[in-house]
Design a protein around this ligand. Structure first.
Ligand code: CMC
Length: 428
């Protein structure tokens, strides 16, 4: 017999169906609550609200579990390639060798960006943040492919937009970097793999031969996989909500990039390194910074700590911490901020304030140290996150459309002035 939740309001009982997910996750379906009772639910920040049914990513924050389409993140990060994981996330199953080869060949066809887009870069100030440029470039793509704006577009047109985005984001991300360095853009080299091609466009120069380092390619591949999806976070929910108005995919992904930019979300990777450097330059007194993080009158927070859903550990952080040690060893890089990060983690994990609130290092705590070791400038860190998260955003958008989810439109509890009459200017 299916479960029922009973809610008592003003002495009357109302019944609502209980929905159970494949991992036994329970939800009360309150979609008829307002029409039945006149009440809405209030949940600021959606801390306890499911906005959709999704078959992409499973996450258990208490147990530190993260799986894409059922496959544990630990196995994927160790064994798979980023495009293989992209295929899995988008299509629901791991590709065969032949399917992957076809997918890679399709992506290769679209790696060039329209030559006219190069001219946009000339207009940005030298100090422009890469995320601001990236979000506008992705939205601008919609203007080059107007057919993508037709809400009744065909399946072929959907797939074309998806492939274009997957293929062109690395090219655009590398162009953002080259523009900041005032270096010439590098055209993609399609005989290289997805990650290696990105490295070539980032680090290569037209004047010299460039061979991507396998050590760096392996580290980047792992980082991209770890970021590939994370169910209904701030940016994925943004992509779904923008897409639910039937805005085109480029507009929805551009909105996702903007949501990711904030320091409480993907922008935390940049904020962590800046924080570690600040602590180091300030003399490295960890107790002082821990005290500031605990002080409610002080805006300082320990960046890279805490998570809305992980309350014991972030499985991505566990993998990244190990990868960080390995890559620094392999490249022979000594990074003093790694020592500070490790000490800070140790102090915080033994502090009652952090323990009692379930605040642990998250994915962003160590990723910046790896990015820095492989030569990615701090302001580009969140762009790297976006590169990894793209398949997840696309899959969330696609699923929202496939499930016929209605336009996203929350309600509110109004707390403003009650009705009053307009007062003419000279009577105020
Ligand atoms: N430093 C100090 N105190 C913190 C921190 C922190 N980093 N994070 C949370 N708290 C405290 C917070 O003040 C609150 O205390 P109290 O109960 O006494 O009021 C309690 O812990 C719960 O925090 P919250 O802000 O209500 O939790 P949330 O779920 O709304 O926020 C968060 C989650 C990630 C925004 C927050 O932990 C944070 O700001 N962390 C730092 C930024 C960061 O690293 N973000 C990256 C997240 S992982 C990448 C991604 O997927 O986006």
């Amino acid at each position: 017999m299916s479960e029922i939740a009973k809610i008592e309001l003003e002495g009357k009982f109302y019944e609502f169906p209980v929905i159970t997910g494949t991992e036994d996750e329970k939800a009360i379906d309150i979609s008829s609550l307002r029409s039945a009772t006149g009440y809405i639910t209030l949940d600021r920040g959606f801390k306890n609200t499911g906005s959709c049914m999704s078959a992409i990513t499973f996450l258990d924050g208490e147990k530190g579990i993260l799986r894409y389409r059922g496959y544990p993140i630990e196995q994927l990060a160790e064994e798979a390639s980023f495009l293989e994981v992209t295929y899995l996330i988008l299509k629901g199953e791991l590709p065969t060798r032949e399917q992957l080869a076809n997918f890679e060949a399709t992506i290769d066809k679209h790696t060039l960006v329209h030559e006219d887009m190069k001219r946009f870069f000339e207009a940005y100030p030298a100090q422009a943040h890469p995320m601001g440029i990236l979000a506008s470039m992705i939205c601008s793509m919609s203007t080059f492919y107007p057919e993508s704006q037709d809400p009744n577009r065909s399946k072929e047109m959907f797939d074309l937009s998806i492939n274009r985005l997957l293929a062109k984001l690395p090219t655009l991300a590398a162009m953002v970097y080259k523009n900041a360095m005032r270096h010439p853009f590098m055209y993609p080299k399609n005989d290289l793999g997805y990650v290696e091609n990105f490295m070539y466009m980032m680090y290569g120069m037209p004047t010299e031969e460039y061979t991507p380092s396998p050590v760096i390619a392996k580290a980047l591949n792992k980082l991209l996989i770890l970021h590939a999806d994370h169910e209904q976070n701030c940016s994925a929910s943004t992509v779904r909500i923008v897409g639910s108005s039937q805005a085109n995919l480029y507009a929805a992904i551009s909105a996702g990039i903007s949501a990711l930019w904030g320091p409480l979300h993907g922008g935390a990777n940049q904020a962590v390194i800046e924080m570690l450097e600040m602590i180091q330059n300030d003399g490295g007194d960890l107790d002082k910074w821990i005290a500031k993080a605990k002080d409610k009158d002080d805006p300082f927070r320990l960046m890279g700590f805490g998570h809305r859903v992980y309350k014991n550990f972030d499985p991505r952080a566990t993998i990244i911490k190990k990868a960080c040690d390995d890559i620094l060893d392999e490249l022979g890089v000594q990074d003093p901020t790694l020592a500070i990060a490790k000490k800070l983690e140790e102090v915080a994990l033994n502090d009652e304030y952090f323990k009692s609130r379930g605040l642990y290092p998250n994915v962003d705590f160590y990723s910046g140290i790896i990015y820095r070791a492989i030569g990615i400038p701090t302001e580009m860190f969140t762009v790297m996150f976006a590169l990894g998260r793209l398949p997840g955003w696309i899959a969330q958008w696609q699923e929202m459309l496939d499930n016929n989810d209605p336009i996203g439109r929350p309600r509110q509890v109004y707390t403003g002035a009650v009705r009053r009459n307009y007062v003419p200017m000279d009577e105020r």
